[in-house]
Design a protein around this ligand. Structure first.
Ligand code: ADP
Ligand code: MG
Length: 300
């Protein structure tokens, strides 16, 4: 199967490369063309995932795919944007058709779930599997969320349980095909698109927690020029994480582990999510009663 047959049969399949109101030209032309009405802002984000850095090489192709799109779309959720389409650059070591079939089935399932079609991309051969996804989303003009708006006296919230993906990682590395229980939380994070729509009227700032709660909240503090006090007793954690690791290790995962893709945000008062602390004067996150070793994922 050559490059063009592969694109046509697998990437251009109707449940993946579907159309929507914003798409003029999708796969098959030299560019994808989007028609964005003037009352919307367009939000873009690009993520690259490298085998054995961002996911185990031996993982199921389907799981690699669903996770790749979810983590990319999570950045749109953080901005309060609605997905409208994504491009995918894939570097493959070989044209293993069964792998590509499973991979594109996973991408298609996630694309359907987020109503976000594949609109273009690039297919190349290279020494290892690398995926780059550029996601595109819209908000009404000026209505996007950002890291920059936290106000003194705001409360700090998260959208759901933390630490599951970090707790799953040792299991996933031990058995990359394991995709049940906690491992499911690693492979199938859910980008919080709908949740972000619910908090948009309340949130003064927002980001997605990809690299660990404390590290990511520190980014928010820097952008907003504030500090935060977090109460570790308020951090939501799943029963499964607590049961598997006990409270202390679970809390370490929840505070410093990455890959959960929940949202963290600040608001004066909000009925959605779980309050874990407050915004104070300062420039950093303090976790009450704890001194944290520099936590969170960094490539360099
Ligand atoms: P060009 O040579 O003009 O850059 P390509 O031959 O690379 O075009 O791609 C042909 C068409 O297929 C383009 O519309 C491109 O966006 C699309 N395409 C290529 N690879 C992928 C992919 N992995 N996913 C989605 N679309 C792809
Ligand atoms: Mg061209």
């Amino acid at each position: 199967m050559n490059e063009f047959q592969l694109i046509q049969q697998y990437f251009q399949q109707p449940n993946l490369a579907f159309s929507n109101a914003y798409l003029r030209h999708g796969i098959g032309d030299d560019c994808a063309t989007l028609n964005i009405p003037s009352e919307f802002d367009l939000h873009l984000s690009l993520d690259t995932l490298v085998e054995d850095v961002h996911f185990p090489k031996q993982a199921n192709a389907f799981d690699i795919a669903t996770r790749a799109l979810a983590v990319s779309i999570s950045d749109l959720a953080a901005m309060g944007a609605i997905p409208i389409g994504f491009t995918l650059a894939i570097t493959l070591p070989s044209n293993d058709e069964s792998w590509i079939k499973a991979f594109t089935a996973g991408v298609a399932q996630a694309a359907q779930f987020y109503h976000c079609p594949l609109i273009g991309g690039d297919t190349t051969k290279g020494p290892c599997l690398v995926l780059s996804l550029q996601v595109h989303g819209i908000t009404p003009n000026g209505k996007g969320l950002s890291r920059g708006g936290a106000q003194l006296g705001d409360k700090v919230y998260v959208s759901g349980n933390l630490g599951d993906a970090a707790g799953a990682l040792p299991m996933v590395l031990n058995d990359p095909s394991l995709n049940t229980g906690l491992a499911q939380q690693y492979y199938a994070p859910i980008a919080q698109i709908e949740f972000a729509q619910a908090i948009k009227g309340y949130a003064s700032s927002c980001l997605d927690i990809s690299d660990g709660l404390v590290q990511d909240l520190n980014h928010l503090c820097k952008a907003s020029n504030v500090g935060m006090v977090i109460d570790p007793g308020l951090i939501p954690m799943s029963d499964e994480l607590l049961k598997t690791y006990g409270n202390a290790q679970a809390l370490t995962y929840a505070l410093s582990g990455g890959d959960d893709y929940q949202l963290a945000y600040t608001a004066e008062d909000c009925q959605y999510g779980i309050c874990i602390g407050e915004v104070v004067a300062g420039e950093k996150v303090e976790v009450k009663g704890m001194t944290l070793a520099a936590g969170g994922y960094q490539h360099f």
